[in-house]
Unconditional design. Structure first.
Length: 304
């Protein structure tokens, strides 16, 4: 009896709920996990595919392709970016591709990668999207791409090589599509003149680089949002202007005359430039590499 009363005293002390088994659900629900997908279709560059499918999947879900930075992994971008958390509330699917190379930067330098159906990483990533649309009955009008650094370079490359696949892209601190091209055709090559901001040309010339990645394509193209920091010492700040010029060249906008420039938007020190309904640039004064991801703003740009 004495023992039992001690037990009840202890139960009172620690709270009854902890001692009552079963009926009540645990406070922390286990949520869906990141999963690797093999056999998603042709994978010419051996890129790995990881996917996050939330427990509460929307009917005809949207798909976001979220692409990691150099030295990164799918797992790191899954845990370090807000997209899986947002997927839990909004019901979209996130595809996290993983680069197959030892430094785990993306191949944004070879002709294969810089060509529609060209058998590079871009081709493998596009096939991940086709697989996901098919398997989960995804909404083909709501496929988006985003990434940071090397993943931002790949975002521009995906938008250029697969314009029919994506409704919008958001690049955090990248370079124009084709800026990292390797003159010797190298795969996954570093391009110093681009990284240091020396690769500069006109809007028309940059735009042509995009058009040449999918010759003959005349359909819709994704709307783009370009973030870059003025204090970026990895992919120097002129890459902001060059990327803006590139998409201005594609869409026929005047890169010297944005429709609007909003200071201290979306936060102090950032300026938001709108060039037309398909292009927004956000230049972050004093920010280095990379501009932090703005998940809620991304949802607005994607219309999710
Ligand atoms: C690219 O490949 C896809 C999938 O195999 C195919 O459906 C499409 O027609 C190809 N594009 C062109 C322009 O050949
Ligand atoms: C680096 O890229 C530029 C275009 O941005 C290109 O003209 C140049 O040939 C590339 N450099 C190398 C070493 O491949
Ligand atoms: C970008 O272009 C604008 C207008 O031509 C110029 O004022 C600005 O200094 C440029 N920024 C960079 C980082 O090159």
């Amino acid at each position: 009896m004495k023992f039992l009363s001690q037990v009840s005293a202890a139960l009172a002390l620690f709270g009854a709920a902890s001692a009552i088994p079963a009926e009540e659900p645990p406070l922390l629900q286990a949520r869906a996990a990141l999963q690797q997908v093999t056999g998603f279709g042709a994978n010419p560059s051996n890129t790995k595919m990881y996917i996050y499918v939330p427990d509460k999947l929307a009917e005809s879900p949207a798909i976001i392709v979220a692409i990691h930075y150099c030295t990164g992994t799918a797992q790191q971008y899954y845990s370090g970016s807000p997209y899986a958390r947002l997927a839990d509330t909004k019901g979209f699917i996130v595809i996290y591709p993983e680069s197959p190379y030892s430094g785990t930067c993306w191949d944004v330098s070879s002709k294969a990668a810089l060509t529609h159906n060209g058998t590079g990483d871009s081709n493998s990533i596009a096939n991940m999207v086709y697989y996901t649309l098919d398997k989960y009955g995804g909404d083909p009008t709501k496929v988006f791409v985003t990434g940071s650094s090397s993943g931002a370079m790949m975002t521009n490359v995906m938008a250029a090589t697969y314009p029919e696949l994506f409704a919008a892209g958001i690049a955090y601190s990248g370079v124009p599509a084709g800026c990292f091209v390797s003159s010797s055709g190298g795969t996954d090559a570093w391009n110093n003149s681009c990284a240091t901001g020396q690769s500069r040309t006109t809007a028309a010339a940059w735009g042509q680089v995009v058009l040449d990645m999918y010759p003959g394509y005349e359909g819709e193209r994704p709307k783009m949002q370009i973030y870059h920091g003025s204090a970026d010492t990895t992919l120097a700040a002129p890459n902001y202007n060059e990327t803006i010029k590139q998409w201005c060249g594609v869409f026929g906008y005047d890169d010297t005359a944005p429709e609007s420039a909003a200071a201290n938007t979306p936060q102090s020190g950032y300026t938001t430039y709108t060039y037309g309904d398909h292009l927004v640039g956000i230049y972050a004064n004093g920010v280095g590499h990379t501009v932090p991801i703005r998940g809620d703003d991304d949802m607005k740009f994607f219309g999710l």
